[in-house]
Design a protein around this ligand. Structure first.
Ligand code: GDP
Ligand code: GDP
Length: 438
């Protein structure tokens, strides 16, 4: 389990960011000072006692004010809440209870996330209790008087908050990366697995089918841990002739689904076949990170151009995963096998990456300047208002537009290309969600 997330929610100006600063002890965050719409979710590490967590500040929730961007703000808060283990609902003790607070409270009650109620701007402890009392009415339990500016009351608030968070032993800060090794029969998967495990420390898998036949293999490299998925299926030697249907494609599909990243093994001698293209399509559909491992490179006659031509040709034929880096190895001699994990690490980093809303909108503006969106037959032009990353694994970016139908495949591909040119994302697919006006 990664670090639990605490969402800080409330109307604008109640003191959410001040309180987040206080809870995170001034530790660094990616902050965006753009006004209004592009107010981002910013994550900060925090701890209290033995509990580590992340605090995320959401844009101010405004329920009664029908501004154009209201749905976007709400969407941000909603996605912050959906990944949160607990929420701090901040209200303004000096302003007193407002209709906005009531609406947010109603909304919060519809979500299963435990809520701690912070009545902010209560500098004086005695007065604070009186100010806070009014908020019992919200039905969210005890209102805690606090002052984000001065810090009083925050200790009690944190004491309560951390009771909703998982204990430290359940938190794994460096999650293991789950790797699927897939490819047609005879491309060299089991040879590669042996070369791989030979070089890294193998640990017996705790999840095993039988003791003799573990399903997965765990390996360690430095501080990183990797789970090689379904290695039993790879090791199993088949003395049978391969019928046209046999290639364990369902087993491969299952392994892909369980993985974070796929080592997609192709045979340098055979090149890319139709079955390879099927696998590539599946990897992209499932949204997994990918490295293309071109095996049996020792058996290829080479001159100085060979590798470039090969790479170009393979990228064309494996267009579903043309964002995947390629490595040319020999499982037989071991050549370059030791470089695979470094590629895995960077691809996984990209797969889990979060890009700030500010940066996404800079890239978007630039893309729009180079190529304006298409105009349909009625002369109506597509408009992109703004974009924000809504999730990772793989990176998923919502683009808020006037009408998704006005963006053809060409333009969509152009946007993806532009994002890749500007931001990299090598080794991971990117998803774009084209959202029309609500
Ligand atoms: P947000 O929009 O909810 O993130 O609110 P901010 O953190 O930006 O704070 C809004 C305003 O309230 C700012 O002028 C803060 O200085 C003020 N403020 C925040 N916390 C406190 C507090 O504990 N006491 C008082 N008196 N003012 C506060
Ligand atoms: P799998 O069916 O994908 O697991 O493939 P295997 O690992 O069983 O390999 C199939 C055949 O290819 C075996 O005869 C291997 O010796 C051979 N092979 C595997 N890797 C290499 C390599 O890097 N170079 C060469 N020349 N042969 C290889």
């Amino acid at each position: 389990m990664p670090l639990p997330i605490v969402a800080v929610i409330g109307r604008p100006n109640v003191g959410k960011s001040t309180l987040v600063n206080r809870l995170a002890g001034g530790r660094e965050a990616i902050v965006h000072d753009q006004p209004g719409v592009t107010r981002d979710r910013t994550y900060r590490n925090a701890f209290w006692g033995d509990r580590d967590f992340q605090v995320v500040d959401t844009g101010g929730l405004v329920f009664d004010d029908e501004t154009e961007f209201l749905p976007f703000i709400r969407e941000q808060a909603l996605s912050a809440l959906s990944e949160a283990r607990a929420a701090v609902f901040v209200v303004d003790g000096q302003a007193g209870l407002t209709d906005g607070d009531r609406e947010i409270a109603n909304w919060l009650r519809q979500h299963p996330v435990p809520v701690v109620l912070a009545v902010n701007k209560c500098e004086s402890p005695t007065e604070g209790l009186a100010l806070a009392a009014e908020f019992w009415e919200l039905g969210l339990g005890e209102p805690y008087p606090v002052s984000g500016i001065h810090g009083n009351g925050t200790g009690e608030l944190l004491d309560l908050l951390v009771t909703h968070l998982p204990p430290p032993e359940q938190i794994e800060t460096e999650p293991e990366s789950k790797i699927a090794i897939v490819g047609r029969p005879n491309v060299g998967k089991s040879s590669l697995l042996n070369a791989f495990v030979g070089e890294n420390r193998a640990i017996v898998s705790p999840i095993s089918g039988t003791t003799r036949d573990p399903i997965d293999t765990l390996i360690e490299n430095g501080d990183n841990r990797y789970r090689l998925i379904d290695t039993a299926g790879i090791r199993k030697k088949k003395n049978v002739e391969y019928g046209p249907e046999f290639f364990g494609i369902n087993r491969a599909f299952k392994a892909i689904r369980r993985s974070d990243i796929v080592l997609f093994v192709v045979d340098a001698l055979d090149g890319v076949t139709e079955q390879d293209q099927k696998l590539a399509g599946r990897i992209e559909d499932e949204g997994r990170a990918c490295i293309v491992v071109v095996n049996k490179w020792d058996a290829v006659e080479k001159d100085s151009h060979t590798i470039y031509e090969y790479e170009k040709d393979l990228k064309n034929r494996l267009y579903f995963v043309n964002w995947a880096p390629m490595i040319f190895v020999s499982a037989k001699t071991g050549k370059r096998v030791e470089n695979i994990l470094a590629l895995v690490d960077t691809a996984i980093e990209q797969y889990r990456r979060r890009v700030s809303t500010a940066v996404i909108n800079e890239v978007l503006e630039e893309a729009l300047r180079w190529h304006t969106p298409p105009t349909n037959r009625q002369g109506r032009q597509g408009k992109i208002y703004y974009g924000t990353q809504v999730s990772s694994e793989p990176p998923t970016i919502a683009l808020f537009v006037n009408d998704p139908k006005r963006f053809n495949d060409n333009y969509r591909r152009y946007i993806e290309r532009h994002f890749r040119t500007e931001l990299g994302f090598e080794g991971t697919p990117i998803r774009f969600l084209w959202r029309g006006k609500k």
